[in-house]
Write a protein that binds this ligand. Structure first.
Ligand SMILES: CC(C)(COP(=O)(O)OP(=O)(O)OC[C@H]1O[C@@H](n2cnc3c(N)ncnc32)[C@H](O)[C@@H]1OP(=O)(O)O)[C@@H](O)C(=O)NCCC(=O)NCCS
Length: 149
């Protein structure tokens, strides 16, 4: 079952966010999840859907933000998939596709014509899964940073 995330889901959702982004600051990832369920202030997250298995255990999530711009997209703002995750034991059974269908429906219902996403260059599985769900690759980027002193 796919449904919008609720306040009672926050710990399960935050734990999955930490598994998706293991190199990020877990306390910040958790804080942002709490900020979203508390009403959105301090969170860039716009919509979150959770997948549950037959025992009502959360097994995946997808979350969206509205970005002012996304490379390769024509509309501004544009809904952008910021996180798409299914627990390893639940993968390959259509859960990820149903999560993506849920954000697509959200975007359509809010009047958007495009959905953006991204993935790291080495994450071939994610690229293939996106393509299977109808995404087309539009650009490859190298991100750069300079620390200012
Ligand atoms: C990407 C991810 C969410 C897909 O979830 P999933 O439940 O396994 O996906 P589904 O079973 O619904 O598959 C959806 C489609 O993607 C394809 N797909 C899924 N995993 C794939 C893989 N590893 N390689 C190639 N294609 C894949 C499926 O074949 C299916 O297409 P089909 O119906 O035409 O066969 C899941 O693998 C995951 O959590 N990966 C780790 C986190 C990640 O990389 N997230 C994306 C970047 S944020």
């Amino acid at each position: 079952m796919i449904r919008a995330v609720e306040a009672a889901d926050v710990d399960a959702w935050a734990a999955m966010r930490c598994r998706l982004w293991p190199l990020e600051d877990a306390s910040e990832i958790t804080r942002e999840a709490h900020a979203f369920v508390a009403g959105g202030e301090g969170s860039i997250v716009e919509a979150v859907f959770l997948a549950e298995d037959d025992a009502r255990k959360p097994v995946g999530f997808v979350e969206l933000a509205l970005r002012g711009f996304s490379d390769g997209c024509e509309s501004r703002p544009v809904p952008h998939v910021e996180g798409w995750y299914v627990e390893p034991v639940a993968r390959g059974r259509g859960v990820g596709r149903r999560l993506m269908e849920a954000v697509e429906a959200w975007a359509r219902n809010h009047g958007f014509k495009e959905l953006a996403s991204d993935t790291e260059l080495h994450n071939d599985a994610s690229l293939r899964a996106h393509e299977s769900c109808g995404f087309q690759e539009v650009e490859r980027l190298i991100k750069l940073r300079k620390v200012l002193k």
